[in-house]
Ligand binder design. Structure first.
Ligand code: ADE
Length: 225
């Protein structure tokens, strides 16, 4: 999978790309994540990428020229399955959407700032608008990192124990059951007996019940669905 991320804050991705999943996927040759500095595409002397909104109102709007020049220059290299704009008014990001996008080969992500990007870019170049939740962040960088992490970890071979990505909360109908590791007794707090019993049928039943109970309490909507 190839992911191009367009941003005015390329430094925000440094740590994210150097550590953990994104790094491992790239080391294994399973993903290629490239950060593009939008200011490199500004044709104005001050390298500006925003301007006042027509019609007034507070906040600046990202201008179409650098964005479209950047997108079109990247499109000369590859054909994108999706050009995603991260925005709080987009469709809500879910595990189902992560599963769908993880099967694509080429994705571009546009990180917005200020009041957003000129509507003509959204109409003419963006193919999908995604929100990571009903709250407003100061830009699309963290949402782009969230999407990248959620997609890349689903690529077969990225996580060593593949079954673990498939058994995540939200992959099935239920949230994950609680997990425990050694020691079996930590400061008098004991691991549930059944988990150390070696009886796999009983363990499976316990895990299912614990998942169902947690889901009913925290996400009753998931059970109704
Ligand atoms: N940009 C700012 N807030 C956002 C959000 N919640 N989701 C996606 N992009 C955003």
């Amino acid at each position: 999978m190839h992911i191009d991320i367009i941003t005015i804050f390329p430094g925000m991705f440094r740590g994210f790309l150097e550590e953990s999943i994104a790094n491992r996927a790239q080391q294994k040759g399973l993903a290629e994540i490239v950060i593009h500095n939008l200011r490199d595409y500004s044709i104005d002397k001050r390298k500006s990428v925003d301007d006042y909104a027509f019609g007034g109102g507070p906040g600046m709007v990202m201008t179409p020229q650098p964005l479209v020049d950047c997108i079109e220059s990247l499109q000369k290299e590859r054909k994108y399955d999706e050009i995603i704009f991260l925005t709080p008014d987009g469709e809500l990001f879910t595990q189902a959407l992560a599963n769908e996008l993880s099967m694509k080969n080429n994705i571009a992500m546009v990180c917005g700032h200020y009041k957003g990007i000129d509507q003509r870019v959204r109409d003419g170049w963006i193919t999908r608008e995604i929100s990571i939740g009903d709250y407003v962040l100061s830009g699309g960088e963290l949402p782009a990192a969230v999407l990248t992490d959620a997609l890349v970890r689903l690529i077969p071979g990225v996580i060593s124990d593949e079954s673990s990505a498939l058994s995540d909360s939200f992959q099935g109908d239920l949230l994950d059951a609680p997990v425990y590791t050694r020691p079996a007794d930590f400061r008098g707090m004991k691991v549930p007996e059944v988990l150390v019993s070696g009886d796999f049928a009983k363990i499976a039943e316990w895990l299912y019940q614990a998942s169902a109970e947690k889901t009913k309490k925290r996400r009753p909507g998931m059970i109704d669905e």
